[in-house]
Ligand binder design. Structure first.
Ligand SMILES: Cc1cc2nc3c(=O)[nH]c(=O)nc-3n(C[C@H](O)[C@H](O)[C@H](O)COP(=O)(O)OP(=O)(O)OC[C@H]3O[C@@H](n4cnc5c(N)ncnc54)[C@H](O)[C@@H]3O)c2cc1C
Length: 406
């Protein structure tokens, strides 16, 4: 096994959160220490851990005693399983699955779905096309329905509406939740509402006391209306599921989905110049700071990765990057799915600007810097060496792909 220590931000969050049910299990085991009088003190309660049912377990294999060089936060957490054997009703969620994975917006919707499902209902996720997600269970999916026929792939909103209608006929969900996003959910939700002849609640940011509250009036007003069956919700509409694990049992449609008239022809994705994408909308940002010593290499790496370039204020002030590339409190607040910070220390003003990014990767010499604390994945080392290795890895990957295609 590799000796690389992989951080688990979720486990670290639980270790910090004293109100979390698994908090105690995530504390570093300190069995003995020097007391104020120089006497060695031992903690007899430090042995063992609390199991998922709240019962204390003692591991006699010796793994817990001594030699525990890795942080306990790296231990995999087994969350309590939430089971709904015979759902009284369903709450359906149609996640965007940008890049084949659940986005943070999708996870917020699953959190909202659980609020509506309570103990008796089950959350049914309807996913179109092939996906790469393996965390449906921890994101709160009780039942998973994958519609992966060729007809649903690419841009096929009319066919997807047909799919949703078939799901509606079979499962009759109490509520339908779709992300009110530009990644597909906003359009699909409105088309589905029109097909059902139902008025959806849009841009909903809160569901409370049988009411949906959504943004209206160019985002300047709130509109409260009775809880709708079809809800198009904004990001952060609810807390994502974090304390339970779910079954994610696969379910299938019992009928075939009707084919829609193909009035739309999908000509595929259009290649865009990453540099032309506004920073606030970029999905993949490669950002450089004071720790970048070879800016030519930095630009070549961003190009090889197909990423939009960003920068810290120091890199901008020193004239290496344009002012409109600055990320942070006095620059642009970004919402990338992946943010790579090369040689950026993680000053609070910079971290404010990347607060909404999904995954942060830090490349830095200093393992103790704040950017490494914020990052989901860290690479400690000289930036020039790591960037060159990245370019080589991308080239090797592309060559392999070309060879396989030939
Ligand atoms: C009012 C105000 C507003 C501000 N607004 C912003 C803002 O919007 N955005 C912003 O970014 N900053 C902003 N700042 C500045 C901010 O406080 C920091 O000074 C700045 O973010 C630091 O930039 P840096 O991380 O690139 O540089 P440094 O803090 O110098 O960090 C450089 C990092 O690179 C690492 N490093 C060095 N050499 C290498 C190497 N060879 N390989 C790998 N890593 C290496 C170091 O370990 C260090 O972590 C603002 C400050 C103020 C006062």
């Amino acid at each position: 096994m590799s000796d690389i220590i992989r951080r688990d931000p979720r486990a670290e969050w639980i270790a910090r959160n004293r109100l979390h049910p698994l908090h105690a299990a995530m504390q570093p085991a300190q069995h003995s220490w020097m007391g104020p009088n120089g006497v060695i003190r031992k903690n007899p309660h430090g042995v063992g851990f609390i199991g998922p049912n709240g019962i204390k377990r003692i591991d006699r294999s010796g793994a817990q005693q001594g030699g525990a060089t890795k942080r306990s936060a790296a231990v995999e957490v087994q969350l309590p399983l939430h089971q709904v054997a015979a759902p009284a009703f369903y709450i359906s969620v149609v996640p965007d699955m940008v890049g084949g994975r659940l986005s943070s917006h999708d996870r917020d919707l699953l959190g909202l779905a659980h609020q509506l499902a309570g103990k008796d209902g089950a959350v049914l996720a309807v996913v179109f096309g092939e996906h790469k997600e393996n965390a449906f269970a921890t994101a709160g999916v009780d039942r998973l329905l994958v519609l992966d026929g060729e007809e649903f792939s690419g841009y096929a909103p009319e066919q997807r509406v047909q799919g949703l209608r078939a799901v509606d006929n079979q499962f009759s969900p109490h509520h339908w939740l779709l992300p009110d996003s530009r990644s597909g959910g906003g359009e699909l939700g409105r088309r589905f509402a029109a097909a059902l002849g139902e008025r959806p609640a849009t841009r909903v940011w809160q569901v409370k006391d049988q009411e949906c509250i959504g943004r209206a009036g160019a985002g300047l007003q709130d509109l409260a209306r009775p809880l709708a069956r079809l809800i198009l919700a904004a990001a952060e509409c609810a807390e994502p599921v974090s304390e339970t694990r779910h079954e994610a049992l696969p379910v299938e449609l019992s009928t075939t989905v009707a084919r829609s008239l193909s009035r739309i022809e999908d000509l595929g994705a259009v290649a865009v110049d990453p540099a032309a994408i506004p920073m606030a909308e970029a999905e993949f940002i490669f950002s450089g700071g004071n720790g970048v010593k070879d800016w030519g290499l930095f630009h070549r790496t961003a190009e090889a990765l197909g990423a939009t370039e960003g920068a810290s204020r120091v890199a901008v002030d020193d004239g290496f990057m344009a002012r409109d590339r600055q990320v942070g409190a006095s620059g642009t607040w970004v919402t990338a799915r992946v943010y790579v910070a090369v040689g950026i220390s993680g000053a609070i003003q910079h971290l404010q600007g990347i607060g909404a990014c999904d995954k942060v990767v830090a490349i830095n010499l200093d393992p103790g810097c704040d950017m490494i604390k914020r990052a989901d994945l860290s690479v400690i080392g000289e930036s020039a060496e790591i960037l060159q290795a990245l370019i080589d890895a991308v080239a090797a990957y592309r060559n392999d792909a070309k060879r396989d295609a030939a």
